[in-house]
Design a binder for this molecule. Sequence first.
Ligand SMILES: Nc1ncnc2c1ncn2[C@@H]1O[C@H](COP(=O)(O)OP(=O)(O)OP(=O)(O)O)[C@@H](O)[C@H]1O
Ligand SMILES: [Mg+2]
Length: 250
Amino acid sequence: MIEVDGLRKSFEAVEVLRGVDLSVARGEVAAIIGPSGSGKSTFLRCLNGLERFDSGRAVVDGLSLGSEAETYGRAWARIHRQVCLRVGMVFQSFNLFPHRSALENVMEGPLSVLGLDRAEAEARARRLLDRVGMSDRLHAMPRQLSGGQQQRVAIARALAMGPRAMLFDEPTSALDPHMTAEVLAVMSDLAADGLTMVAVTHAMAFARRVAKTVHVFGDGRIIESGPPEQVFEDPREEATRLLLSNVQAA
Ligand SMILES: Nc1ncnc2c1ncn2[C@@H]1O[C@H](COP(=O)(O)OP(=O)(O)OP(=O)(O)O)[C@@H](O)[C@H]1O
Ligand SMILES: [Mg+2]
């Protein structure tokens, strides 16, 4: 589903991604951990076309994203549109439309991007909000919802586009333990249904339960990858050991 080879990306003079290789099979859950500033968010943003990369290769669901030198102008605009449809993204900060209700937030993409009629878009939104346990708050505005509730609406909103894969960028790091558990339960449910997911997360128990592979970012690269038990209990790299002791101490 996702195949990345030698992905490189600089901001000005600073090389943030220094040759990232990653593959994620259809239906697989990959967890990414790594210290702050190691390039995790930038990597996810490259995968769904929010950010261009300088060189390397990224193929998502058969769609080749191409580096900045290979695809530009209209070719890029076309690829960007397609990749946005195929890959959903959920951020740490929810990013809901503040002046729209939960239901309207989830209906927006299907109405304006997919061209569904109102009744279809509403039926889809109601079904997805029910799936994330939000059917009793359909008409609430984002400011009236807890962080965990807002994040569940954001997940429903991403699912409403019918993505082939979902990317999560620290979806629970702004939440307290109770709300974190609610959101992780939704993510576990999606994983059990066979959705391909890449999640930057330091929720270790979740990663251990749900992820097939944990990838450790360090300094713009993946420094080690393996099944959660192996990476968490017997890491090969000293940097991983240090990261894990910091996360567990937090
Ligand atoms: N738009 C940008 N312009 C310039 N530098 C950027 C930009 N986005 C990210 N960076 C830099 O790239 C590096 C990697 O940032 P990134 O957000 O990908 O790290 P991260 O691993 O997600 O960190 P965190 O765990 O804190 O979220 C950082 O040094 C950051 O300052
Ligand atoms: Mg980040």
